[in-house]
Design a protein around this ligand. Structure first.
Ligand code: RIB
Length: 316
C-alpha cells in the first residue's frame, strides 16, 4: 500500500446514548441519591473519539459502529454526521447502546453501560483498510473483534492505537499488535497487574509507545526508552465525561497530521481540559480553533509543576 494515500483515521468501536442525571454526589452501593436535572447526550467511547478526531480538523475520520434500528441510533448518527465523521453502520436487531451516568457537583461521574447493539460489532465487520493510517480502538465492543481488527491492521501496516477502556486485562496477542496504548492509571494497573508508580508499571509493558492520562495532572508517555510529561491545563471543570475520549481522538488526529509525540500530547491535554468545561460527551468536545486559543494563551505561562508531575509518576 502506498503510504502517501493513507489519509484516513478509522475508529472502530462503541456508540451510546448517554442518560445523565446531575446530583450532589455519586451514590455509594445501596444508596439512593435524589438528583436534579436530567438530559440525554450522544456518547460512547468510540463515537466520542471519532468526534474528537474530526473536530481536530484536517483529518478524514471514518467510524465503524453498530447501532439498533431506533430513535437513539438516529440521534447518534446525526451527531457523528454533524461533526463530519463518515460512518459504516452495522445495523443490529438489538437496541442502540445506552449509558447511565450520574454526574456529581465536583464534575466526577459513575457510568454503567448497557452495550446492546455494540455487541454486534464482530470480527468480520472490518472492511478495507485501504487509505487508513491509524486505527483507533477501545474496549466497549467484543474483545475478540477488537483483537481481530488490531491483527488485521498490523498486517496491513496501519498504526494501531488502543484506548484500553473500560479497564480489563488484555490478551497478549492484542497487546503485541498495538503501536500506541492509551490508558488511565486504573487501566494501567489492570493491564500490568501492578499497583506501583506509573514509571514502574510502564517498565512492565512491551508496547512501543504508552500514554498514561492522569486527569487534571496531565499525562505521562513512554516512547521506546524516552519519557515525556505534559502538565494539565487549568480549567473550571463541570463534567469530566469524555475527557479521556477527547484526549484519545485529539492525540491520534494530531499524530496522523504528522506532529511529534510531545506536540500531540500537548494538543490532546488542552482538548480534554476544554471538554471538562461543558456538559455531555460529544457536545463537550472542542473544535481545533478553541484548542489553539487555549494553547496560545498557555504559551504565556511556563509550567512550573512539571517536576511535581515527574515525582508523581516516579520518574525522579
Ligand atoms: O467515556 C465516556 C463514555 O463512556 C460515555 O459517553 C458513555 O457512553 C460511556 O461509553
Amino acid at each position: 500500500m502506498n503510504a502517501r494515500v493513507r489519509d484516513t483515521l478509522l475508529v472502530a468501536g462503541s456508540a451510546n446514548l448517554d442518560f445523565v442525571v446531575r446530583a450532589s454526589h455519586v451514590p455509594a452501593p445501596g444508596e439512593t441519591v435524589l438528583g436534579r436535572e436530567f438530559a440525554t447526550f450522544p456518547g460512547g467511547k468510540g463515537a466520542n473519539q471519532a468526534v474528537a478526531s474530526a473536530r481536530a480538523g484536517g483529518v478524514a475520520t471514518r467510524m465503524l459502529l453498530a447501532l439498533g434500528n431506533d430513535g437513539f441510533a438516529r440521534t447518534i448518527e446525526h451527531s457523528l454526521a454533524d461533526a463530519g465523521v463518515e460512518m459504516q453502520v452495522v445495523r443490529s436487531v438489538q437496541p442502540t447502546g445506552t449509558a447511565f451516568i450520574c454526574l456529581s457537583d465536583d464534575a466526577e461521574n459513575a457510568i454503567t453501560v448497557a452495550p446492546g447493539a455494540n455487541s454486534a460489532l464482530l470480527g468480520n465487520e472490518l472492511s478495507s483498510l485501504q487509505g487508513v493510517s491509524h486505527l483507533l480502538l477501545q474496549l466497549e465492543t467484543p474483545l475478540e473483534a477488537v483483537t481481530a481488527y488490531a491483527l488485521a491492521a498490523r498486517e496491513a501496516g496501519v498504526q494501531v492505537v488502543l484506548n484500553a477502556a473500560p479497564a480489563r486485562a488484555l490478551p497478549t496477542e492484542l497487546l503485541r499488535s498495538v503501536d500506541v496504548l492509551v490508558v488511565n492509571e486504573g487501566e494501567l494497573a489492570a493491564i500490568t497487574g501492578h499497583h506501583g508508580s506509573v514509571a514502574e508499571c510502564l517498565a512492565l509493558l512491551d508496547c512501543p509507545c504508552v500514554v498514561v492520562t492522569l486527569g487534571a495532572r496531565g499525562c505521562c508517555a513512554r516512547q521506546q526508552a524516552r519519557f515525556f510529561l505534559q502538565s494539565g491545563f487549568k480549567v473550571q471543570a463541570v463534567d469530566t465525561t469524555a475527557a479521556g475520549d477527547t484526549f484519545c481522538g485529539a492525540l491520534v488526529a494530531t499524530l496522523h497530521l504528522g506532529q511529534p509525540l510531545p506536540a500531540a500530547l500537548r494538543y490532546a491535554c488542552a482538548a480534554s481540559a476544554l471538554a471538562c468545561t461543558r456538559l455531555g460527551a460529544q457536545s463537550s468536545i472542542p473544535q481545533r480553533a478553541e484548542v489553539e486559543a487555549l494553547l496560545r494563551s498557555d504559551d504565556r505561562h511556563a509550567h512550573p509543576d512539571e517536576h511535581v508531575l515527574a515525582a508523581y509518576c516516579g520518574l525522579v
